[in-house]
Write a protein that binds this ligand. Structure first.
Ligand SMILES: Nc1nc2c(ncn2[C@@H]2O[C@H](COP(=O)(O)OP(=O)(O)O)[C@@H](O)[C@H]2O)c(=O)[nH]1
Ligand SMILES: [Mg+2]
Length: 239
């Protein structure tokens, strides 16, 4: 088993207790492997209440682990790209701070990563052991169909390519030129490594709707994932 140093990226807009619980569960279960927790906030969108929670975590709880940065580019893709740029661990975890990416699975991602340090380990809600709770029914059906289409055009067995919950070897996130700024970024982060023939391993994960705040994604925005998939599959070159 390899020794790894994990940088966890947490983008934050309107989370308070969800963010605090996320950080606490990660540290409780995986302290020895966590090298840094990078919180990325937006200058004009992150709420005062969230900034207060971040300040509490960073000042009173985990001053040696938590670093907070403002994103330079907009939206969730801009936030995570900032996290990718400044991460200095051997591996990077991309997840949310709204508890929709179950923080208990961080330990599972890390443990599997130690045995497969050059692979991406990605969370999957569709395989046995995974689930959706309080997910919009229309989104659920569209998500199922879209995963099927993606499997066909990318010739892969992966079955949850839109879920932004994974651990990457750091070299992968540094070497790829990322393009998306909005939610399709979450899809881009699996499709490009897939085309570069990175080994990808899936673990089951339970998704449950957030209890506070609301999503930054809109229903219509879900359709722009199609454009991203087509672009990456047929036109993308890493330059
Ligand atoms: N810093 C930052 N965080 C964001 C942005 N958009 C979303 N997030 C965070 O990223 C996580 C996932 O986003 P969310 O809006 O819940 O998307 P959904 O779960 O896919 O509907 C949440 O913790 C958000 O607070 C953004 O523009 N900037
Ligand atoms: Mg969410």
């Amino acid at each position: 088993m390899s020794k790894i140093k994990v940088s966890v990226i947490l983008p934050v807009i309107n989370e308070t207790f969800s963010l605090e619980k996320t950080v606490e569960i990660i540290i409780e279960n995986s302290l020895e492997d966590i090298y840094e927790i990078i919180i990325v906030v937006s200058k004009n969108k992150t709420t005062e209440a969230s900034l207060k929670s971040i300040n509490y975590l960073q000042t009173n709880r985990y001053p040696n682990l938590i670093k907070t940065y403002f994103q330079d580019l907009p939206f969730i893709g801009g936030a995570i790209q900032k996290g990718f740029q400044i991460s200095t661990g051997s591996h990077v975890i991309m997840m949310a701070s709204d508890l929709e990416t179950d923080p208990h699975d961080v330990k599972k991602l890390i443990d599997l990563c130690k045995c497969n340090p050059s692979s991406i380990i990605t969370a999957n809600r569709w395989i046995k052991g995974g689930s959706f709770k309080k997910y919009n029914i229309i989104k659920f059906i569209l998500n199922f169909l879209f995963q099927f289409i993606l499997r066909c055009i990318f010739i892969t067995k992966l079955s949850d390519m839109t879920y932004g919950y994974r651990i990457f070897p750091i070299e992968i996130v540094k070497v790829i030129k990322w393009q998306e700024l909005k939610h399709p970024f979450l899809l881009e982060t699996i499709l490009k490594p897939l085309l570069m023939k990175t080994n990808i391993i899936e673990i089951p994960s339970k998704w449950e709707a957030r209890l506070e705040g609301s999503s930054q994604n809109t229903f219509m925005q879900n359709f722009s994932y199609i454009k991203t998939a087509i672009f990456v599959r047929f036109f993308w070159q890493n330059k």
